[in-house]
Design a protein. Structure first.
Lengths: 210, 200
């Protein structure tokens, strides 16, 4: 009996298909790209697969970068406090004693100078001492969000969730069954309230009121 | 198709290397610049793997704390981005092990979209749907999809980040794509607008 074992797990189709995501994101090496493109020229099946993968990647990209849910200033401030409490271990060799003495002397002079400068600064610029303040930390009032409620909860339960969050429905339902909800109070407080409510499945902020 | 010249993954290579070098020398300002440069990228990646908002900031800070402490030991054998994302991935998996159930996706603040409320709503809705679909993949599959499709990461560097063989990356991508496609197809029957031309 004659026969031929066909390897379905390897071969040019599988090899090419495996590399298509990276052909699409432009990160194949020159030789890989050349080999894949050469195969694609001769293989309609793999060209169809390329088109399907391109569509999938575009759908993924169509969702956009999405919301940044964190405040970088706040997050860095928390990390900074850790750095202060546990400073990074020194990796340099200890200084020679005479260099240490010179260094201490220089440090004292610089500290005195800095203290004097700090005292003079408000006088030069006329303002009261202002604490350092990170950017973007002001609380936002008002805003919209797209909210998906648990379809199993009652209308009364949804109303209670909205009331506790200081929000109201202004549009919807969308094709996916979500509602546009508007907050009149602090946005972060309202979002936190909805997020923690069992009647709510998902929340996607939309930004300031439109 | 994308090109290496404008690739999102490689866009900051030179700057990252310099900032890391200065961080290794103890320069706090350079570390802060590096932190802020990576913050949004790490947030998105960690959130995609972890899907639990309260832990995302903790994982980012745990990651960058390691970067601060180990910057002087970075050998340069990989890109800075590969190294940092690798740390983040391991930290995210450890955090994931602490949660019994994947939490629902949520986000707190979105920059204003000035190009039309209707498009913003559609895009936000699509993000909700996509997130629900991705929740049905394993963290490993989500990581591969996210790194390849969004961060435009080469497969060899994904292997380094995930600390697995290159063939494993390709296999995970193969099954992740198939699963994602099947799940999206079933969602899109209810969302006839869900193609890239109507959303983007």
């Amino acid at each position: 009996m004659g026969g031929r074992i066909v390897d379905l797990l390897n071969g040019p189709h599988r090899t090419t298909e495996a590399l298509l995501p990276w052909l699409l994101n432009g990160t194949l090496t020159e030789s890989e790209r050349s080999a894949v493109e050469q195969h694609l020229q001769a293989c309609a099946q793999c060209r169809e697969e390329l088109a399907r993968q391109r569509g999938l990647m575009n759908l993924y990209a169509a969702a956009g970068a999405g919301a940044s849910s964190l405040d970088a200033d706040d997050a860095y401030a928390k990390l900074q406090s850790r750095l202060v409490e546990q400073p990074r271990p020194r990796t340099r060799a200890p200084l020679a004693w005479w260099r240490l003495g010179f260094g201490v002397q220089t440090a004292v002079v610089l500290l005195l100078g800095a203290a004097l400068f700090a005292q003079m600064l408000p006088r030069w610029f006329g303002g009261a001492d202002a604490p350092y303040r990170g950017l973007g930390s002001a609380q936002q009032f008002g805003g919209d969000a797209l909210v998906m409620f648990d379809p199993a909860v009652s209308e009364a339960r949804v109303r209670r969730a909205l009331q506790q969050a200081g929000a109201r429905i202004v549009d919807g339902p969308t094709a996916a069954g979500a509602y546009v909800v508007r907050f009149d109070g602090p946005l972060s407080t309202g979002l936190t309230s909805l997020r923690g409510d069992v009647a709510v499945v998902r929340v996607e902020p939309l930004g300031p009121q439109r | 198709m994308g090109s290496a010249a404008n690739n999102r993954w490689s866009a900051h290579d030179a700057t990252d290397a310099e900032l890391l070098r200065r961080t290794g020398a103890g320069e706090r300002r350079a570390f802060e610049k590096l932190y802020r440069s990576y913050f949004v990228r790490l947030e998105r990646f960690v959130h995609r793997v972890l899907r639990h908002s309260p832990a995302v900031e903790e994982v980012i800070n745990d990651t960058m704390y390691v970067v601060w402490n180990k910057a002087g030991e970075f050998s340069g054998a990989s890109k800075v981005s590969t190294w940092i994302f690798g740390i983040a991935y391991r930290k995210a998996l450890k955090a994931l092990a602490r949660f019994d159930e994947p939490a629902e996706f949520d986000a707190e603040h979105l920059p204003a979209d000035e190009s039309g409320s209707e498009r913003a709503i559609l895009q936000a809705e699509w993000r909700l749907v996509l997130d629900g679909v991705l929740a049905q993949l394993t963290p490993e599959h989500r990581a591969v999809i996210e790194l390849a499709y969004f961060h435009q990461c080469p497969y060899r560097e994904i292997a380094a980040i995930l600390d697995c063989p290159v063939d494993t990356v390709k296999t995970r991508m193969f099954y992740a794509r198939r699963r994602l496609r099947d799940l999206l197809d079933s969602q899109r029957k209810d969302l006839p607008w869900a193609d890239e031309s109507s959303i983007s």
